[in-house]
Ligand binder design. Structure first.
Ligand code: NAI
Length: 483
């Protein structure tokens, strides 16, 4: 079996070497194709941080084991980590956080066990990085939450929870504020939950979730979240079990999977051979299980747990009274302990049943679509306009251009209504949203909207527009605060 390996930047090559040495000592039957990805590839002029050969290898092998990679700051380039996850549609990011004996935390000292799996949506949300500055004062980010995208990750989370015998699956969200985007994610969560009646499915608002995770982490099992919230909550969970050095991650897709640590390149300790390779090793163990190398995975994990229990530690954790070891020494300790079984949490030894990744030769990009609901219509438009005038002046100018087909429903600024009612205490910026709905909420055409656009152009610079859609009797847009 052959997999692609990218060593990464910063501490990447050091911890990758440590992990591959442990694999070698346990005779893991994998071949590696080392591929060129990371900051040094950006520096060579490849704008997406990988060579075409690297892309081809990963697409033909189906598995990428990667070290952390640096995103060059302020050069307008995108993170190669995010590009890889999005390009290859690894839609589910699974991060397992478990109590590790030998890694002291407030919870381990209090005898509170932690075993939480975060499933983070990995493709959508603000990670699209679609951002604009419509005026000099206003920066905008587009946040995509889609039904098919939510379905993919939520189905994966339920299926995984069901297979692993989990008791509870929780959706973390902010649907009380982001009613349409997080509302859709939550709606899909409960749709999928109906297919898994044996699992207790519930939801918690993300801020409350953070409070509950730090006060009663033992109550959580599987938690599924949108991308950004999942990123933040998973780092919080890493803190519960001892820090980023213990946080593994698997990026799961239908065709390609990427295994990596949650942490970054740790530039402050790079090149010193003192980094903790545990998170990358745990990610590698998850990869071995994914490839059916169950015996290798259990032997190496038991050895890691035994080593941690015996008090061997790198400088970032463990008993400060006991001298720390460096990355190579830590890996050697694990190699020397292969075959030993920890006192706590020993992993069951199952036979290897290697699964060769299915190689997909796609002819065209898959289009994932939920079924068309049918009676959709456009009933209006939100015009985002640049203006530094007062709300009544903006509204008066709009009213003069509204015409017979439309009515001006509301004018808002940063999502808060400032006309026809509002408060003089609402601070404003130089971009308004003027909402026009059709009189009687009848269907309008894009040509009608274009004519309205042309009329408004006489008074305003229009930064952007959003169509107001109606799905049956449901308005597919949010109300302004105070509307
Ligand atoms: P970081 O995770 O690299 O470092 C945060 C802190 O944790 C530092 O003090 C570091 O020394 C420590 N740390 C991290 N991993 C460690 C390990 N294995 N052993 C011991 N200590 C460890 O996060 P930071 O500084 O925000 O990011 C540095 C770079 O890494 C950035 O360019 C960022 O874009 C990139 N990054 C890459 C990721 C990936 O490849 N998946 C994920 C996160 C960040």
């Amino acid at each position: 079996m052959k997999i692609a390996v990218a060593k990464g930047d910063g501490i990447g090559p050091e911890i990758m070497e440590a992990v591959l040495n442990i694999f070698k000592a346990n005779q893991v039957r994998l071949e590696y194709e080392f591929v060129d990805m990371g900051k040094w590839v950006f520096d060579k002029g490849y704008s997406n941080g990988m060579t075409p050969e690297a892309q081809q290898s990963i697409e033909s092998l189906g598995i990428l084991f990667k070290g952390p990679m640096e995103t060059p700051k302020g050069k307008g380039v995108k993170s190669v980590n995010v590009t890889a996850r999005k390009t290859w549609n690894t839609y589910a990011n699974k991060r397992v956080f478990q109590t590790l004996h030998g890694v002291d935390t407030v919870f381990s000292k209090a005898g509170i066990p932690i075993d939480i799996t975060i499933v983070r949506e990995n493709i959508e949300d603000t990670y699209g990085g679609i951002e604009h500055m419509p005026t000099h004062d206003v920066a905008l980010s587009r946040r995509f939450i889609t039904r098919p995208g939510s379905l993919q990750v939520i189905k994966y989370a339920f299926e995984m929870a069901s297979k692993n015998g989990s008791k509870r699956i929780t959706c973390g969200h902010k649907a009380n504020i982001m009613k349409i985007t997080d509302g859709l994610f939550l709606e899909v969560f409960y749709e999928v939950a109906k297919e898994y009646p044996h699992l207790k499915a519930d939801d918690v608002i993300v801020d409350d979730l953070c409070m509950k995770l730090v006060s009663r982490p033992q109550e959580f099992d599987v938690v599924v979240l949108t991308n950004l919230q999942g990123d933040i909550v998973s780092d919080l969970c890493a803190g519960l079990v001892g820090g980023l050095g213990f946080a593994p991650s698997a990026n799961i897709g239908d065709h390609i999977c990427i295994f990596e640590a949650v942490h970054g390149t740790a530039p402050d300790i790079a090149g010193k051979n003192i980094a903790n390779p545990t998170a990358l090793l745990l990610s590698g163990i998850a990869m071995l299980r994914h490839l059916g190398l169950m015996e290798n995975a259990a032997t190496i994990e038991n050895s890691l747990l035994y080593t941690l229990e015996s008090g061997v530690h790198t400088g970032d954790f463990g008993d400060k009274a006991k001298a720390s070891v460096n990355t190579t020494e830590f890996a050697n300790a694990i190699i020397n302990n292969l075959g030993k079984v920890p006192e706590h949490g020993a992993r069951p030894m199952l036979p290897n049943k290697p699964v060769t990744p299915t190689i997909f030769k796609l002819e065209e990009n898959p289009m994932i679509m939920s079924k068309d609901p049918g009676n959709d219509m456009i009933i209006g438009v939100d015009m985002f306009i640049e203006s530094s005038e007062q709300p009544n002046v903006v509204a008066e100018k709009c009213l003069l251009r509204t015409g017979d087909l439309f009515r001006l429903v509301t004018v808002s600024n940063r999502g808060t209504q400032v006309w026809p009612k509002g408060s003089v205490f609402t601070n404003m910026v130089n971009q308004y949203c003027a909402r026009f709905e059709s009189v009687g909420n009848i269907e309008v055409t894009q040509t009608d909207i274009l004519e309205l656009y042309r009329r408004l152009m006489a008074d305003f610079k229009i930064c952007s527009t959003e169509l107001l859609n109606m799905w049956g009797d449901k308005k597919a847009y949010s109300l302004a605060q105070g509307q």
